[in-house]
Design a protein around this ligand. Sequence first.
Ligand SMILES: Cc1ncc(C[n+]2csc(CCOP(=O)(O)OP(=O)(O)O)c2C)c(N)n1
Ligand SMILES: [Mg+2]
Length: 901
Amino acid sequence: MKVKKKEIYSSHSATLPSTDNGNGDKWSKSLQSVFELALESQGPERAAQLLEKLAHRLRASQHGLPHGFNTPYINTIPPEQQAPFPGNRDIERRIKSYIRWNAMAMVVKANSTTNVGGHISTYASAATLYEVAFNHFLRGRTGNFPGDIVYFQGHAAPGVYARAFLERRLDERHLQNFRQELAEGGGLSSYPHPYLMPDFWQFPTVSMGLGPILSLYQARFNRYLQACGLVKWTKEPKVWCFVGDGETDEPETLGSLTLASRENLDNLIWVINCNLQRLDGPVRGNGKIIQELEAAFLGAGWNVIKVIWGSDWDPLLAADKSGRLLKRMEEAVDGDYQKYSVEPGSYTRRHFFSKYPELLELVNHLTDEQIHKLVRGGHDPRKVYAAYKVAFEHKGQPTVILAKTVKGYGLGEGGGGRNITHQQKKMNEKELREFRARFNIPVSDDVIAGMPFYRPPVDGAETKYLLKRRKALGGFLPARKVTPAPLDVPKLDYFAEFLKGSDMEASTTTAFVRLMGILLRHKGVGKNLVPIIPDEARTFGLDALFRDIGIYSSKGQLYDPVDSESLLYYHEAKDGRILEEGITEAGSMSSFIAAGTSYATHGVPMIPFYIYYSMFGPQRVGDLFWLAGDIRAKGFLLGATAGRTTLNGEGLQHQDGHSLLHAGTIPTCLPYDPAFAYEIAVIIADGLRRMYAEGEEIFYYLSLYNENYAMPSMPAGVENGILKGLYKFKPGAKGRKHKAHIFGSGPIINSALKAQQILAERYDVSADVWSATSYKLLRTDAIRCKRWNMLHPTQPLKKSHIEILLAKEQGVFIAVSDNIRTVPDQIAPWVPGGLMTLGTDGFGRSDTRPRLRRFFEVDAESTVIATLYALAEKGLVKPHLVEKTIKDLGVNPEKVFPQIV
Ligand SMILES: Cc1ncc(C[n+]2csc(CCOP(=O)(O)OP(=O)(O)O)c2C)c(N)n1
Ligand SMILES: [Mg+2]
């Protein structure tokens, strides 16, 4: 925003505090008078420019003049420029007070009986920040306007519920059952969880830092959607994110700030509630969080609005001719300010104002009580409104509002500003009475101990006002609404070329990239695809798509790319389709989530395909994977260069053998480990059907590998097995003495196929090779059946896919994959006679594939040995045969065991 300098200097006599009293002071005075002269004769803009120019010259002279990224510790918007508050302050105060009471009561009540926890101090500090937004800014969904996108601070959820209660969207029973979701009739979730309250919450936030980073990428995704022509909004939604000051310690919170300024995301507004405290104590006791954040945000190119002091301070600042008040404000650290909020006014007079005689005089006319009540900016609706309005209208940059508040505001002796306030869950009767008196809650003495909820009558002024405001703003928030918009998804025959197979060697990654290229041309879903990559396109061969569909850039391409002559040049375009995120897995996941929830957020289903280095997936940003489940995201995650031995040269920090397990922990995620191109086609076609035609709110994880081999044609009738997790790919030779079954996955199926041959040729074993595409899905199916059988013991038994499949098979069972053993072990209880697993447990190494596979014992030879040993365990072959085989196949029986503990 452009704040007119004149007003700053006239209203807040911001004479910068002098630093010494000697010669420097004289200089300072002279410069000051020159500046004032310039102000008078040239006007504020010109005077400011002159100063800027001088500072620029000084810096250019390279005398090491430091760059300042801080403005004085006062409000950015001077009182004269403050937009007038348009609401009815009395009514809004009453509404806010009732919400405060109910938010507190629901937590305290829940804890008086059940000890289920909850927070009262976060909302107590943020009530004004939310109420001004709800009454004047946050817009609901209307017509083709999708509504503003709001990330509520997770710990402030009780306040959001309490408002919905006043709006009559929730009733007393809901509030009564806060954090008791399993109670009869259901309850309210602890925090914003769309999975648990799918009609209410839109965006999960409580794992700190995730809300902020999601909001950034969401704001950018909104621009992407517009650029692709998939939405035509008459007005653009704003993305609001309410953040805790302690939450800014999370790298996810501040780590991607420059994306928002680079992309000119003026559709993004952050409100950081600077209550100076986190859970244990002060956020920056020895410094000032607001100044620290201001510098970070200004440096990152954001528009910063500080809302530090409430209106009561305006006359004091205006009267501060010496600049001592500002000096004192800047001297005091957050630890001091926290203390002022807890102690009586006499303390503040003694410790804050009395440092300089001028200051004591300044507050002479105020009683101690009045000093104590000098309000902070974030509790003053006039200041908050003015800041929101400037943020709302600001062009060209994202805005952050740094609002100073008191944690636990109004919670009485046990709460407000004290270090323990975050955990406060109880209020004694005295505190309740104080609360009631302070906020004027119409609850009588005889019932106060029971903390009854209070809701003003439906035809009362408060309810009418509140409903009218929401109506004017387009309806209630938060509200999650999914309007079915099924896509015309391709059937499997659309992918015919993958079903046919090919002798030309290819990897599953190449096959996938080709499949996506074809899908991009599909008339039913092509335009909805969102390819996402974190600076790894060339690794996966995705650069093939650069020229055709372009890389999205809001600025287009302002330069002639260095490779413009080449076929696959780096092609940036305003309507580019690829989200090339750079080296940020957290950012890429945030884009995946924004795209994968577009069906709910915007009513426009988008199909994200996020392809990345598999080791840097759930292991690196697992919390975002988990959140993708909570938020009901759809789409495909492709963990490429998977496999602890298949990704051969890269070593310990790259070679992934456990992502399938991570992915499998997410209840809405279907993890697959396909071996062949046709399997990928079957899985993706079915995924498209389930998610985008049938509307299931699930997502897929596929391991992709970079080993080339011939891709076979699809055997008849295997689709169902591929989708369920296991099917017989190649039966063993007939007429052999022994029988075995080898489950293989990914490229390691080739170890199984080679072992099949050796076993038949040299050891009289017929081994069927199966492709195990998803151990998690097999396991879930088996558990579901077993549990049902247990709970219905007299009914006919239900049989799972794996039990049906293996019921008639004879012999021993072996599993081999490029993952740790725990992955196949998931199905062991349902394998007749047990399962012998091979896997890549232990840290990876850089070496060739054959050496790595021998090291981890997942090559063909190790598979043969394991098969014979399984037969020996059953007494079907002699142990000597196994010993001889180990020798014959050149395996060292004393080699190191790669798993450590
Ligand atoms: C990733 C993560 N780590 C830790 C927590 C536990 N936690 C919940 S609230 C909180 C303190 C929050 O402080 P702040 O962000 O300043 O919010 P306030 O309540 O003060 O508004 C912590 C540490 C969490 N929710 N998420
Ligand atoms: Mg805080």
